[in-house]
Design a protein. Structure first.
Length: 520
């Protein structure tokens, strides 16, 4: 993003577009010189660098273009104060003396004040004079510079132009060919006020612009501008916005951009994603530290809500169970109203809604009674969440077990484990373990939590018997034999077939397989 005085645009009737810098040889060569200038200026004052930069501001280049590039390059610099004394300490002492003696009106009076401070600090007048404003930008020393590819710099500059133009937007609408999850996630992270409508093939997202709000317009404008890199990180995208004319505040101009015409000009980078709030981050860290059997996902895929979509803050996932968590917050009363309206439209979705007591929105709660709602203060209580998840899990397992009573499974594989049945039936592991003793599996024998074909078990038994007749057999060898014949859990199969493992050492090779002797 750039200072607004460096914004360069083109207008035609009621449309406005950023004056994008072309990715041509002329601009690339000029930028190579700029980058070299910065690299060569390491160790010099910023004022010297600025003086040389001004030579680029001639009739060939708009000074706003050069200064806009310089702003971007400045952000890649490290500046330090190299004065012998602390500028803040020096100024404080000078102002204290000047307050007592009066502001100096002549050079002689100024030298007297400087000498007084020099004596206090036991240094020379020149050191005091040099340090007085050493922390101002022009006096800072360039100590390091991170170079950038010229084309990347041009694209970054063009992106910054577009972001700066959006500072004066009343609304922004866009669509894209994909990448929706990070787009929706970024909208929420940036705290933007939005609505999403579905089309026959995709979504159109409308975001209220900073000039439509009464408060926080600057901060909100920056957030809106930060959304742009995520939008343009697509094969196809289209952006439409209403921009307030800086010359005539009552006039709205149209901004229309799309990936086919403008994508080549813009740098495609996505801001690092973080949590919306410390409350969400704190909850996620505490929940994951419990190491429950539930997987916690941050901002899952959007949920359809009428003609709109909604992205819950979290999803708890375990087997086929899915429970969403939405933490209610707001920017404006209208936003809160819209949030609660969307929640009231959620159908056939298991969702927990955590509402901050301080929001004073109890009048809305009756509209979302079909969801699990609780109030919190400060932190999201883990016990409330865990109790609900455990209750949900118990009810789900009970329903699954009830629905599968007396089920007959037509199995195919030689050996089937509980996990295989989970995938086959799409139910939880707990439910499978409870119904395994009740399942009818023609042609199979149940060994604890696995099913094995009768003829497979017979083949394994004969193979073990033949090997034992030929000589000794250890546990490692018999395990490989059983697995080669499609058996699983060798120890369990050996136990079932009436064999025992005699251990003569601590490793499986120091063992001997013997048939159990009948009890006398």
């Amino acid at each position: 993003m750039l200072p607004t005085n460096l914004l360069v645009t083109r207008r035609r009737r009621d449309t406005i577009t950023p004056a994008y810098a072309e990715l041509n040889e002329t601009n690339i060569e000029m930028i190579k010189h700029l980058i070299k200038l910065y690299s060569d200026s390491i160790g010099e004052k910023k004022s010297m660098l600025n003086q040389t930069l001004s030579s680029f501001e001639n009739f060939v280049y708009d000074y706003r273009f050069i200064r806009g590039l310089a702003v971007t390059l400045d952000r890649r610099c490290k500046m330090e104060s190299k004065t012998p004394l602390s500028p803040i300490d020096v100024r404080r002492r000078l102002f204290q003396i000047a307050a007592k003696k009066g502001l100096p009106k002549t050079d002689e009076e100024r030298k007297i004040i400087l000498s007084t401070v020099a004596n206090e600090l036991k240094t020379g007048v020149e050191e005091v004079s040099e340090s007085m404003y050493g922390d101002l930008e022009d006096e800072m020393i360039l100590t390091d510079f991170n170079p950038i590819d010229p084309i990347d710099l041009l694209r970054q500059y063009n992106l910054s132009l577009t972001q700066t133009l959006l500072f004066n937007a009343t609304e922004l609408s866009f669509t894209a060919s994909g990448n929706w999850k990070p787009i929706f996630r970024n909208i929420k992270w940036l705290g933007l006020i939005y609505s999403i409508k579905t089309t026959t093939t995709d979504y159109w997202v409308k975001v209220d612009g900073p000039m439509s709000l009464f408060k926080l317009t600057k901060r909100y404008g920056i957030s809106l501008a930060k959304l742009l890199p995520t939008i343009v990180n697509n094969g196809y995208w289209r952006v439409e916005a209403k921009i307030i004319d800086r010359m005539d505040k009552t006039r709205l101009l149209n901004l229309e951009l799309d990936g086919l015409r403008h994508g080549k000009y813009l740098k495609q980078t996505i801001e690092k994603m973080t949590f919306d709030s410390t409350i969400e981050e704190d909850f996620a860290l505490r929940f994951k530290a419990l190491n429950t059997s539930w997987e916690l996902l941050r901002e899952p895929e959007p949920l359809p809500v009428g003609k709109h979509v909604m992205i819950p803050d979290f999803l708890f996932k375990k087997d086929s169970s899915r429970v969403y968590l939405e933490i209610v917050g707001f920017w404006t009363p209208e936003y809160l109203e819209d949030k609660m309206k969307k929640l009231s439209m959620i159908k056939d979705v298991d969702m927990i809604v955590a509402v901050n007591r301080q929001l004073a929105c109890q009048r809305h709660l009756k509209n979302i009674e079909h969801l699990k709602v609780f109030l919190y203060k400060g932190k999201i209580p883990l016990k409330t969440i865990l109790n609900y998840l455990q209750e949900k899990e118990r009810h789900l397992v009970d329903r699954e077990v009830q629905a599968l009573q007396n089920l007959e499974l037509n199995l195919v594989e030689p050996t089937v484990e509980a996990g295989d049945i989970v995938k086959m039936l799409g139910i939880s592991l707990e439910a499978v373990k409870r119904i395994i003793p009740l399942l009818k599996t023609p042609g199979y024998r149940r060994l604890s939590d696995i099913f094995i074909k009768e003829n497979t078990l017979e083949t394994i038994e004969k193979a073990i018997s033949d090997r034992l007749e030929a000589g000794k057999l250890n546990f490692l060898e018999v395990s490989k034999l059983i697995e080669s014949l499609s058996g699983k859990n060798p120890a369990l199969i050996l136990e079932t077939l009436g064999y025992q493992v005699i251990w003569h050492g601590i490793d499986s090779e120091s063992t001997e397989i013997r048939r159990k002797q009948p009890d006398k």
